[in-house]
Design a protein around this ligand. Structure first.
Ligand code: NAD
Ligand code: UDP
Ligand code: UDP
Length: 318
C-alpha cells in the first residue's frame, strides 16, 4: 500500500526538468497537477501521461493567480535557456516575480511546502570557485541575462520573506547546468546544440575560445535531488546547490560529444555572448550532508542517453 501519496502541483511541468520530475512522482504513487503555459514546454514531454488517472494538466500562466488545492508545490515555471528567456525579457522577469508571488500566495493559503527551482545564475560570473551557497554572486543588473538572473534572485528573496514573515515552509534549490532527453531542440543550450550539430555532421559552434567551464548534471540525478530536498526535514530551507561537480571546458565537451557520436563535424568559433560566465562548478558539500545526495551518472553515460533521444527525434522527422 502506498502511504505517502500526495497531491502535488508542478509548475513548468511540461518542460525538460519538470516532465522528468512528474514521471518520478507518479512512479512513487503521487497525484500530479501539471501547470504550464507551454511557453517553452512541449506536449510531447507529457503526452504519455495524458490518460494516466494520477495526472492532470492545466494550461495556465503563473503570472496570473491560481486557486487550487494541493499538498506540495514544485515551482519550476520559467524559461531556462538564454535564447528563450531573452526573447521576451519582461515576461521572464514577470514569471519569476509575479509567478513566485502567486505560487507563494497559494502555498500560504493552504499552509503547504513550496520548492523553488533557482539557479547557479544567482552567482553570475562568479569570483568564488567552486561556488558555495554562502557566496552572494557577481551579477550584472542591466545586461541581457539580467531578466533571468535578477528574476531568480528576486524570487529567492520572496521565498525567504514569505518564510520569515508568514512562517511558510520553503525549499530553495540552486540548480546547475542540467542535460538529458526532452531538452528543447531549439533551445540553443550547449549540450543540445552540440549533439544536434554532431548528429547532422554540421560544424560545432564554440562560443569564445571554448575555455569557459561548466559542470553538467544528468537530469535523473537532479530530479532525485529535488525530491530529496522537498522531503527534507522541516526547517531545512536551503538554498542548496544541486549539480554535478565534475567541471570541464566547453571545448572538451565538444570533443567528447563528437567522439561519442563518431561525427566528422569540424569546429567553428563564434563570439562569446555578453556576460557569459567564465567558470561554474557547484560545491555540493551541503547537499551531501543535509540531503545525503550526490549525482551518480557519469557524463559519457548521460550523453549517450541524450544522443539516443535526439537521434530518435531526427529519425522521426526524416
Ligand atoms: P524549460 O524551459 O524546459 O521548462 C520551463 C517550463 O516552464 C516550460 O514548460 C514552460 O512552458 C513553463 N513556463 C514558462 N513560463 C511560464 C509561465 N509564466 N507560466 C506557466 N508555465 C511557464 O526549462 P527547464 O530546463 O526544464 O528548467 C526548469 C526550471 O529549472 C526553471 O525554473 C529553470 O530556471 C530551472 N533551472 C534549470 C536548469 C537547467 O540546466 N535545465 C539550470 C538552472 C535552473
Ligand atoms: N494567490 C493565488 N492563489 C491562492 C492564494 C493567493 O494565486 O490560492 C495569489 C493572490 O492573487 C495574491 C498572491 O497570490 O496576489 C499573493 O498572495 P498573498 O496572500 O501573499 O498576498 P495578498 O493577497 O495579501 O496580496
Ligand atoms: N555555448 C557554446 N556553443 C553553443 C551554445 C553554448 O559554446 O552552441 C557555450 C556558452 O557560451 C556557455 C556554455 O556553452 O559558455 C553553456 O551555455 P548554455 O547556454 O548551455 O548555458 P549557460 O550559459 O546558461 O550556463
Amino acid at each position: 500500500m502506498i502511504t505517502h501519496a500526495k497531491r502535488i502541483i508542478v509548475t513548468g511541468g511540461a518542460g525538460f526538468v519538470g516532465s522528468h520530475l512528474i514521471d518520478s512522482l507518479i512512479a512513487r504513487g503521487d497525484e500530479v497537477l501539471c501547470v504550464d503555459n507551454f511557453y517553452t514546454g512541449q506536449k510531447a514531454n507529457i503526452a504519455h501521461l495524458l490518460y494516466n488517472p494520477q495526472f492532470e494538466l492545466i494550461r495556465h500562466d503563473v503570472t496570473f493567480p491560481l486557486y487550487l488545492e494541493t499538498d506540495q508545490i514544485y515551482h519550476l515555471a520559467c524559461p531556462a535557456a538564454p535564447i528563450h528567456y531573452q526573447r521576451d525579457p519582461v515576461q521572464t522577469l514577470k514569471t519569476s516575480v509575479h509567478g513566485s508571488i502567486n505560487m507563494l500566495g497559494l502555498a500560504k493559503r493552504l499552509g503547504v511546502r513550496i520548492l523553488q527551482a533557482s539557479t547557479s545564475e544567482v552567482y553570475g560570473d562568479p569570483e568564488v570557485h567552486p561556488q558555495t551557497e554562502g557566496y552572494w554572486g557577481n551579477v550584472n543588473p542591466i545586461g541581457l541575462r539580467s531578466c533571468y538572473d535578477e528574476g531568480k534572485r528576486a524570487a529567492e528573496t520572496l521565498f525567504f520573506d514569505y518564510h520569515r514573515q508568514h512562517g511558510l515552509e520553503i525549499k530553495v534549490a540552486r540548480i546547475f547546468n542540467t542535460y538529458g532527453p526532452r531538452m528543447h531542440v531549439n533551445d540553443g543550450r550547449v549540450v543540445s546544440n552540440f549533439i544536434l550539430q554532431a548528429l547532422q555532421g554540421q560544424p560545432i559552434t564554440l562560443y569564445g575560445d571554448g575555455m569557459q567551464t561548466r559542470s553538467f548534471c544528468y537530469v535523473d540525478d537532479l530530479v532525485g535531488g529535488l525530491i530529496k530536498l522537498m522531503d527534507s526535514t522541516e526547517g531545512f530551507t536551503g538554498p542548496v546547490n544541486l549539480g554535478n561537480p565534475s567541471e570541464m571546458t566547453i571545448k572538451a565537451l565538444a570533443e567528447t560529444i563528437v567522439d561519442i557520436v563518431g561525427s566528422g563535424s569540424s569546429v567553428v568559433y563564434r563570439d562569446l555572448p555578453s556576460d557569459d560566465p567564465k567558470q561554474r562548478q557547484p560545491d555540493i558539500a551541503l547537499a551531501r550532508e543535509a540531503l545525503d545526495w550526490a549525482p551518480g551518472v557519469v557524463l559519457r553515460d548521460g550523453l549517450e542517453k541524450t544522443i539516443a533521444y535526439f537521434d530518435g527525434l531526427l529519425t522521426e522527422t526524416r
